[in-house]
Design a protein around this ligand. Structure first.
Ligand code: PLP
Length: 369
């Protein structure tokens, strides 16, 4: 069995989600006006109600999408289309699903500055009205939890609608959509143990994103297309279980993560910890100056340890991730980075194996760098 430390990329599916998914796999079109259609509709309605309840929203505000990426696109493009200023506020640490979408709008974009700790600080760009402000709840690389409530409050003062990418946060931190006051919020089932290929957008009635996809009018016309009933049932089951387990799991996972952080910083020279509180319980992003991420990953993979590189390789050229760059991390420091993301399947043994193996892996990578 591999030692899996890539829960931020995707989490193994929960048994409850598999069961719910299988039970609804034969569902027909939930829009059909006959018995089996109504049955499918009822499974979908139940899923929608459960999700709304878990996220502090109304069922009508829950829109099922095909992914977190799709939810981010629909929200940002749609809110921008509904606005008139031609201006967007974002951050330099957004996931590509947001960053690339914002970049394609043709808008004037102002980015909220990010500190070395991976948190956005100065919010003054929000004092000027914009068509949409977009800020992630928690960063996918470092796990840094962002001050989204402050962002929403500040933007609300000038009537700017806020989109929150909660793809990493959903199921890991309590979410109260109405309490937060954002216009839209994106999540994705596979990040909290649901099926891949289904996400959700929570969208207020007003201001609602203007449709950017056109079709049969499903999901308030905001995400037309036949809804994946089995996917929605699996998503709802996974979200329910992750919310029920949240406190206990966060405490367990944070304990393991802290052991990992303390052990590695003790046994390896010059480790830089890029995951700074407030952060998600399962994230540990580390840099090992004098190495490169790909070598580290390769050596770990040979040992059955599955982590993620905290840097990217573009066309054969090793580059630091844009998130680290925005945090002001130097190339020397950040090129050899690893992201360990722990989750509900992570065991003490997994952590012990990394603590035992990583010092020699880093030493080897430093020799060949
Ligand atoms: N936003 C964040 C913060 C993410 O971490 C991810 C996935 O890694 C996405 C959006 C995209 O989600 P999906 O994989 O469901 O398209």
């Amino acid at each position: 069995m591999p030692h899996y430390f890539d829960n931020a990329a995707t989490q193994p599916m929960r048994q409850c989600a598999i069961d719910a998914w299988v039970a609804a796999a034969g569902a027909v079109n939930p829009g059909a006006q006959y018995g089996s259609g109504r049955k499918a509709r009822s499974v979908l309605d139940d899923a929608r109600e459960k999700v709304a309840d878990l996220l502090g929203a109304e069922p009508v505000e829950v829109i099922f999408t095909a992914s977190g990426t799709e939810a981010d696109n629909i929200a940002i493009q749609g809110l921008y289309a509904a606005g008139s200023t031609g201006r967007v506020v974002s951050t330099p640490i957004e996931h590509p699903a947001v960053r690339e979408t914002v970049g394609k709008l043709g808008a004037t974009v102002d980015l909220l500055p990010v500190g070395r700790d991976g948190h956005i600080g100065d919010l003054s760009a929000l004092d000027t009205p914009a068509d949409v402000a977009t800020c992630m709840w928690a960063n996918n690389e470092t796990g840094a939890v962002q001050p989204v409530a402050d962002v929403v409050e500040r933007a609300a003062a000038v009537d700017t609608p806020v989109h929150v990418d909660a793809v990493q946060a959903a199921g890991k931190v309590p979410i109260d959509f109405h309490g937060l006051g954002a216009a839209t919020l994106a999540a994705s089932a596979h990040k909290f143990g649901g099926p891949r290929g289904i996400g959700l957008l929570v969208a207020k009635r007003t201001p609602a994103p203007r449709p950017v996809l056109f079709g049969g009018g499903q999901e308030r016309g905001i995400r037309p297309g036949t809804v994946d009933v089995a996917g929605a049932a699996g998503l709802a089951a996974a979200l329910e279980e992750s919310v029920q387990e949240m406190d206990a799991e966060n405490a367990r996972v944070a304990r393991l993560r802290d052991q990992l952080q303390e052990g590695l910083t003790r046994s390896i020279d010059d480790v830089v910890v890029n995951s700074v509180e407030p952060r998600l319980a399962g994230h540990l992003h580390l840099s090992f100056p004098g190495t490169d991420g790909d070598s580290l990953l390769l050596l770990l993979d040979q040992l059955g340890i599955e982590a993620s590189a905290g840097s990217a390789c573009h066309a054969g050229v090793h580059r630091m991730s844009e998130v680290l760059e925005a945090m002001g991390v130097s190339e020397h420091e950040g090129l050899g980075s690893l992201r360990f993301t722990l989750g509900r399947t992570t065991t003490q043994e997994d952590v012990d194996v990394v603590l035992r193996e990583l010092p020699a892996v880093v030493e080897k990578a430093r020799q060949v760098f």
